[in-house]
Ligand binder design. Structure first.
Ligand SMILES: [Zn+2]
Length: 672
């Protein structure tokens, strides 16, 4: 693809005589694509059916003269005031029943039929107007779908839509009652019209209803996206469609959303969520988010918004250290991005995002951010061009499930137990050893992965259990952990089997009791070493499984905490507790020794190594996230392609890129 680097541009925020200057500076910097228009509905349609695309036409023409093409965002994340005045029912309702109002963004209900009609009218006109414009090469639908909708929308329209969704899923009200276990607390329904959205209740809500509601909310977003995608593909074919996602945000199933796209995109703000305990940000969490978005389509993606300055709305994070902006952008490339679009071109002087800084400062005169990124583009453009289209080899996979995430959010068991951080427990341990990770879902083909980690398989079905058995029987290595096989897919506890239900034989054990580690720490012993643990202990009775680690405290001290069971040609690890990093590292060493997964390179703490494979070559990226220089021991066969010579010292927030054409992770040795 011809595009490598871009920026998010809002010409409507700046004087017209500045546009040509911006376009020239972008070209000089190495920008070849801009995303525009995703929040400017009021400008393009100031009154119903009255369209004024002249300014946008002119901006596109000015950019095109400098060789810059554009992606246009449909602006449905910010309906204008005149629409809200005409149809105030479009504004969403929260779980307290309060309607939220105009003045921010995302003030729309995605099921509301009046809003669908406003969206249809605009998107159709927009698509028709730019259908034949060769400089408009792609669409982004809406913006960060699911953002701001954590507790939305509980309006009458969404309740109607929820009832229809339930009718489609269950057919009869009797089936709903059965699936939701409404016999408890007299919740039986005699008609669909009695069912409401799970608004605030006096006590805890029905967990089965809550799970269906979360599924419905994700499906509604998917439907809203498809509704626009259908219009765009009909009216303006031959342009790509993408969407800017947000890593581990859980409001919409990104695997399903990516099925509607030509490719996925990610918004990447390492410093946007300041974490003082980690000196600003965690490189592993950023890496995990990038890997998830690549995994959503199992192919390369774009970064549609890459941090390009200090960020914050009311409160700010740290300013990126010299080198960090380039390092963060390269991290995207290292994890599978085929293009990097920097957010935003120039820091806005107005509105909520005044301090979400861009490449240029408010006054528009280039400073450090511009100079650093210009140099970064010059240094890495040819590397990005070479690796476009490539992904990593198959090593370890993590089974990722929005259903399991929703179930854990509804009943977290321990106050500090969260699905994302639980998944990261495993991801981070692999990341510390520079082992490539792909996220896969239940319905994916698991063959080829040497290790499949399936955290928190709380909801279990016979078919999922059978698929796990088949994977292991054929030689796969599967990892299951605590609270596995507790409930069916309706969030009802399984009563016909021992824990872990349906996979007890596969694990070679039974969980006979369990202990929630509220306000206390735990420990396990593995060999002659003790390791701290947290959150939860399954009390395990082994059948054919072999204990690896034993509990070191409580009345069940000396009983198994971690086991391994041979099954067919493969094996299953069962982890009955929450591993802290020391124990997770010990576990990863076990997998390296016994499962054939391989680290790319042993590196000092904070130095990350990734790879992408293409046409028999392996491109290796080494990223130093530390504030000091680090030295790595790169093998002789790694040939540097970053014009920085042979040295293996990497400066603070610096990077190296290598290529090797044989040996490590060749196509043949990456097969199971
Ligand atoms: Zn609604």
């Amino acid at each position: 693809m011809k595009y490598l680097f871009g920026t998010d541009y809002y010409p409507e925020h700046w004087p017209r005589d500045r546009w040509a200057i911006d376009a020239r500076m972008m070209r000089e910097m190495g920008i070849s694509i801009v995303r525009m228009a995703e929040f400017s509905w009021a400008k393009w349609e100031p009154a119903e059916g009255v369209f004024h695309f002249e300014d946008l036409d002119e901006a596109i023409e000015i950019l095109a003269k400098e060789g810059i093409d554009c992606i246009l965002g449909t602006p449905t994340a910010a309906p204008p005031a005149w629409i809200i005045q005409k149809n105030p029912e479009i504004q969403p309702v929260d779980s307290h029943g309060h309607r939220l109002h105009f003045g921010g963004r995302h003030h729309d209900c995605q099921s509301n039929l009046a809003y669908r009609e406003h969206s249809r009218r605009f998107v159709t006109a927009f698509a028709r107007h730019y259908a034949d414009n060769p400089h408009v090469v792609g669409w982004q639908i809406d913006n960060e779908l699911g953002n701001s909708h954590g507790d939305l929308c509980f309006c009458p329209s969404c309740e109607d839509r929820f009832r229809q969704w339930l009718k489609d899923k269950y057919g009869t009200i009797e089936q709903v009652n059965k699936a939701w276990g409404t016999a408890f607390w007299s919740q039986d329904y005699s008609d669909f019209s009695q069912i409401t959205a799970p608004k605030d209740t006096v006590t805890g809500h029905n967990p089965s209803q809550q799970l269906d509601w979360k599924r419905f909310c994700s499906d509604l977003v998917l439907d809203f996206h498809r509704f626009q995608a259908d219009i765009l593909r009909k009216e303006a074919p031959n342009k790509f469609i993408t969407h800017n996602m947000m890593g581990f945000s859980d409001k919409v199933d990104y695997f399903k959303l990516t099925e509607q796209l030509d490719f996925a995109s990610q918004d990447q703000y390492p410093g946007g969520h300041f974490q003082p305990e980690h000196n600003g940000y965690r490189a592993d969490e950023q890496a995990g988010a990038l890997d998830l978005i690549r995994s959503a389509g199992h192919k390369p993606f774009w970064v549609m918004e890459q941090q390009s300055g200090i960020t914050g709305w009311e409160i700010l994070g740290r300013t990126p250290r010299p080198g960090q902006l380039g390092l963060w952008a390269l991290q995207g490339i290292a994890h599978g991005a085929d293009a990097i679009v920097f957010f935003r071109w120039r820091s806005c002087t107005m509105g909520t995002e005044q301090y979400w800084h861009g490449i240029l400062p408010h006054h528009g005169v280039p400073g450090r951010y511009y100079q650093e990124l210009k140099q970064f583009i010059a240094d890495t453009g040819s590397i990005l061009e070479q690796v476009q289209g490539s992904v990593p080899a198959k090593e370890a996979a993590i089974l990722f499930s929005y259903d399991q995430e929703y179930a854990m959010a509804i009943q977290p068991h321990h106050p500090d137990l969260k699905y994302q951080s639980h998944v990261m427990r495993y991801y981070s341990a692999l990341h510390r050893r520079n082992i490539p990770v792909e996220f896969v879902r239940e319905e994916d083909d698991w063959s080829g992965w040497k290790l499949l980690i399936a955290p928190f398989q709380f909801l279990m079905s016979m078919s999922l259990a059978d698929k796990m058995r088949a994977y292991v029987r054929q030689g796969g290595r599967l990892v299951l952990d605590f609270r596995c096989g507790v409930k069916d897919t309706h969030n009802i506890a399984i009563m016909t089997d021992n824990l872990p239900c349906y996979v007890s034989d596969l694990c070679g054990l039974k969980v006979v009791e369990y202990d929630c580690l509220r306000d206390t720490d735990g420990a396990v012993s593995w060999g002659n070493q003790n390791y701290p643990i947290e959150f939860w202990n399954d009390i395990i009775q082994t059948d054919t499984a072999m204990p690896l680690a034993l509990y070191a405290r409580e009345f069940y001290a000396g009983t198994p905490a971690i086991t391994v069971n041979q099954y067919g040609e493969g094996s299953v690890y069962y982890i009955g507790t929450g591993m802290k990093p020391e124990l997770a590292d010990r576990m990863v060493q076990e997998w390296i020794d016994h499962c054939g997964i391989r680290p790319l390179l042993e590196t000092p703490h904070g130095v990350e190594v990734t790879h992408r494979k293409k046409n028999g070559s392996t491109y290796i990226f080494v990223l130093n996230h530390n504030a000091e220089e680090r030295v790595i021991e790169a093998p002789e066969s790694w040939q540097p392609i970053d014009s920085k010579g042979k040295g293996t010292d990497i400066p603070a927030y610096g990077y190296r890129v290598y290529i090797l054409t044989c040996g490590l992770y060749t196509d043949t040795d990456s097969k199971l």
